[in-house]
Design a protein around this ligand. Sequence first.
Ligand SMILES: [Zn+2]
Length: 179
Amino acid sequence: MKCPFCGYIDSRVIDSRDVNDTIRRRRQCLGCALRFTTYERVQTSNIIIIKKDKRREEYNREKLTTGIRKACEKRPLPTGAIEKLVDDVENELHSLGKAEIPSSVVGEIVMEKLKECDHIAYIRFASVYRDFADITSLKHEVDTLIADKDVASQLPLIPQEGVRVSGRRKRAGPSKRLL
Ligand SMILES: [Zn+2]
C-alpha cells in the first residue's frame, strides 16, 4: 500500500478494527511518518446499478462521491466525513447481498446518511435526487426536518456567535440579531 502523501511503499499498521464486513487499518508511513487509513474487504462481485430508465451500469464509487461532495460543498464537515459516508453507503449496499440494486435504493441510503450528518447537504442532495416538482414539496421536506427533534444537534447554518442564554442581553444596542 503506497503512502498517499509521499508514495513510499511500506507502512506499519498501528491500529486494526473490524467495521461491519470491513477491516479498517490505521497505518503509518515508514518514509514520511504520516498516518493514513485503509479499508480492506472481501471482494464481492461488482454491484450493478439499475437506473430509472432501466439501463444498467456498474456501481461507480467516484460518481457517488462526486454527487455527495457537491451536496456538501462549503458545509463545515470534518475532514474525511464524505469518504466515511461513502464507505457506510457501500457497506450497506454490500450487506443487501444483491448483484443488482436500483439507483433509487442507493439514493435513499445516501439521503438517510446525509440526514444524520448535515441537513443542508441533505436538502441539496434530495432536491437533485428527488427532483422536487415545486417549492411546496421542497418546503414540506424542510418542515419535516424541522419537526424532527434532533435538528438542534446539527451543525449551524450560520455560526452561532450571537446566541446567548436568555436574560443576559439587557443592553438595548444597535446589534439586534435576526434569529
Ligand atoms: Zn509517506
